[in-house]
Design a protein around this ligand. Sequence first.
Ligand code: PEP
Length: 239
Amino acid sequence: MLKLGNFSSIIVANWKLNGNMEFINQYYQKLVLNPNNCVVICSPSIFLNKLEINNKNLFSGAQDVSIYQEGAFTGELSAKMLDDIKIQFSLVGHSERRQYFNESNEIINLKSKNLIENNVIPIICIGETLEEKENNKTNEVLKKQIKESIPVSSNYENTIIAYEPIWAIGTGLTPSLDEIEEVHKFIKTVNVKLNNYKVLYGGSVKASNSDDINSLNNVDGCLVGGASLKVDEFNSIIS
Ligand code: PEP
């Protein structure tokens, strides 16, 4: 498994349901890497085999994985298959999966466990809704998500956590820098085991705020949705 400790920052692009071969060819021609950072491009699964998979600093990631290992489960993609084509990362439990595909913490736990068993690093997404934030429930919600969705086999070398406040995804809104720093500190102290985990921030990260966010204590990188589709903007986030 890749040594996450070798990188000062981990920047993950989530292309969601976007992209085509022409877009990919142009994107990879223009992408400029930073030798200190780990960049992971999470493309729709049909393109995973077409991307430059494992460069020293550039990796491909899936956006989801099946809870099943193999068998009669039409349309599914297993952790073992990802490993077979040398994919080293997969998002798990993105809020869009939780919201539109009814993914529970238990499902996310099982998917993450399967990934770890197959040497693929799960990037487990957690985050509160606006209502939960306004009712001061953020810590309670995150603690429950952490407790229930991170498998026993997880450790700081085989798992990444992404804190993505749901109300900040795709809205242009972000928590204040102090709030991000405070929540990341909270996540890393929910239990002793989490102290050394890489915790990424996601939610309306763009070129104009990425430096400030990435330089916060306890922020180990970021997960970028919309801004990762514009390669010039993504280049300035990476740099
Ligand atoms: C995301 O979808 O994970 C995300 C962070 O999106 P955006 O950057 O567009 O808010």
